[in-house]
Design a protein around this ligand. Sequence first.
Ligand code: C2E
Ligand code: CA
Ligand code: CA
Ligand code: CA
Length: 283
Amino acid sequence: AKHDGKNRYCLFDANIKKIVSKRLQLEQDLRNAIGTDQLSLYYQPILELFTNSIVGLEALIRWEHPTEGFISPVEFIPIAEETGLIQEVGEKVVEMACQSLHEFSQISATESLYVNVNISAIQILSRTSDESIRKLIAKYKIDPSKLNAEITESILVEDFKAAIQFVQELKTIGMKVFLDDFGTGYSSLSYLHQFPFDLIKLDQSFIQSTSENNSNITLIESIGFLATNLGMDIVVEGIETEAQMMLAQNLNCRFGQGYLFAKPMPKHQLIKFVQEYATSTSF
Ligand code: C2E
Ligand code: CA
Ligand code: CA
Ligand code: CA
């Protein structure tokens, strides 16, 4: 039995070693990927629900690893955050979004669309400046009001002052700022009025749990009411069914995003999708 225990311990130890070395390998691979086309952006449409029109896009990073295939941002963004690589990754994201915005501005079906980039709380806490964003906007000659930032509410809890300052810097440039994943974790309605957010993205867990849980309907209604009073519009995330879309509309949420309309897709596919969407009337 003693012998068994030791073996088990060795096995456990070996597993940890495997996990650690895989992580180190991923970190190294990510470092190498930054300058290459392994990193790209996919774009998911954001719709105005009442007119059924595409108004903007969320840019979502994709990493196509040469041997592992696509690795989810849920897996590699935390690694980037822990290692400091998030600064370079984040800058690359803004650059790719600016490049795309420039391209979209040349095409009539996409010229009016805005693009949202996700900015990690860690980037903000490590005092990312708005300077690099300003430079990229100038370099690609894009309209700053077409570039928006999505930031999660965790930053508000961690460093309120840094967050306010950053949001204000972005707004000075002319960007809009979306509060992402609203309702997860901190769920505080009380700080909303202290922040100059333009829009609130209601986390997908809300709309997806409405069928099992009626109290969530009341909650969405209250958030909608509060947001309207503060002059902020709502984007409902994760709409997957017609019923969820109708519910979002009935609760007076103006915007929506989700697989019902479209999944995130590469730029050229997105352009085609938007061109065809404008001429189709289905839904
Ligand atoms: P997020 O910012 O909340 O992005 C929305 C996620 O929900 C995306 O996952 C999107 O593909 C997914 N989604 C959209 N519609 C639906 C739906 O109807 N149903 C379901 N089940 N999911 C839907 P994705 O692309 O895997 O990204 C995951 C997370 O990774 C993002 O969550 C964000 O936190 C992070 N992320 C992605 N791109 C970036 C980036 O460029 N920078 C940073 N810092 N984080 C990023
Ligand atoms: Ca987001
Ligand atoms: Ca979100
Ligand atoms: Ca999220």
